[in-house]
Structure formats: structure tokens, C-alpha cells
Design a protein around this ligand. Structure first.
Ligand code: HEC
Length: 156
């Protein structure tokens, strides 16, 4: 290896190591289930709960499951930006604080995102293989969410 390449490789690893020192606070709410949680707002069948938990909650709730590689930068920074942006758009932990109108609109957006395969984000399922929605789970979610959205409509 020429010395210039060695130098580049060395400074690259130094930067990588320094990046590891940045370990920001994690997205974990120690109140197990907030009274404003989606699962408290609606009565949600266990199977639907499981799928939402596995495929959506890491970015759309106040409780992220952090795998070991989430402690490795820059993975963590990428994850944090998804979590912040995801929660801003839709937070299942605080769903009950939304107005009925907003709840309905979020349910409808979920349907759109799931149907068009935009959620869960592809960059996430690349690593979190178990979060990929099978056709069966997709159908299960869509059926339940559509029914729920209609019932909110009926109650207004
Ligand atoms: C890796 C993190 C991540 C996962 C997992 C994830 N999302 Fe998202 N979601 C985001 C981000 C970031 C945005 C905002 C940017 C965008 O729309 O791409 C978003 C936006 C959305 C929106 C749009 C909200 C609005 O008001 O327009 C909906 C609805 C949504 N996600 C539903 C879901 C559902 C349902 C799942 C699970 C099946 C899911 N997401 C899984 C990160 C994620």
C-alpha cells in the first residue's frame, strides 16, 4: 500500500472511531403504555397490534427497539432522523391527543402508505427484515384500518 493510501485509511478509521463517541439519548418512554396510546384509543386486535409494533413503532412511537447495530454510528444518526421525522408525522403513543378529524386523516394516510408500499421505509426493512409486510399482514392491517376509518366517519 502506498503511504498516501495508508494515511487516508488511517484517518478514515479515526473519524469512524470518533463518531462512535456520539451516543445521543434514546427514544424510550419508560411509562409503559401512555393513556393516549393508539391501543388505548381504539380496541385493536392482538394480531394487528403485533404487526404495527413490529413494522411501524420504531419510528412512529415513543418507544424504539434498539438493536446492537443502532449503537454504531452513522447508523444511529440515520435512525434518529427517521424517528424524529416519523414521530412528527404520526405518533402512535400520542394518537389519542389528535382530534377525531386528524385521527381519521392519519388512518387514511396509513392506508395509502401501506397500499403503495412506501411504509415501512425500504431503508429500514433492508436491515429489519422482520418488519417487511407480508401480503397477509398487509391485508390484515388494511382491513382493520379501513373499518376503523369508516367508523370514525360514521361517528362524526
Ligand atoms: C424507518 C422508520 C419508519 C418506519 C419503520 C415506518 N415509518 Fe412511516 N414515516 C417515516 C418517516 C421518516 C415519515 C415522514 C417522511 C415520509 O413521508 O417519507 C413517515 C411518514 C408516514 C406517514 C405519513 C403521515 C402523514 O401525515 O402524511 C404515515 C401514514 C406512515 N408513515 C405510516 C407508517 C406505517 C403504517 C408504518 C408501518 C407499516 C410505518 N409508517 C413505518 C418513518 C417510518
Amino acid at each position: 500500500m502506498s503511504s498516501i493510501i495508508k494515511k487516508i485509511a488511517l484517518s478514515g478509521s479515526a473519524i469512524f472511531l470518533l463518531m462512535q463517541l456520539y451516543q445521543p439519548e434514546r427514544n424510550i418512554d419508560y411509562v409503559r403504555v401512555s393513556p393516549m396510546h393508539f391501543f388505548k384509543t381504539f380496541s385493536v386486535p392482538a394480531k394487528v397490534q403485533d404487526v404495527l409494533q413490529t413494522s411501524c413503532f420504531d419510528c412512529h412511537s415513543n418507544n424504539t427497539n434498539y438493536p446492537w447495530y443502532s449503537y454504531v454510528q452513522p447508523v444511529r444518526m440515520l435512525m434518529d432522523s427517521h424517528i424524529n421525522e416519523g414521530k412528527e408525522n404520526l405518533n402512535f403513543s400520542e394518537f389519542g391527543t389528535y382530534s377525531k378529524r386528524k385521527q381519521r386523516s392519519k388512518l387514511d394516510r396509513m392506508i395509502k402508505q401501506i397500499k403503495s408500499d412506501e411504509m415501512p421505509l425500504a431503508s429500514y426493512t433492508m436491515i429489519h427484515r422482520n418488519a417487511i409486510l407480508t401480503n397477509e399482514n398487509k391485508a390484515l392491517l388494511l382491513k382493520w384500518i379501513e373499518k376503523k376509518s369508516d367508523s370514525i366517519l360514521a361517528n362524526n
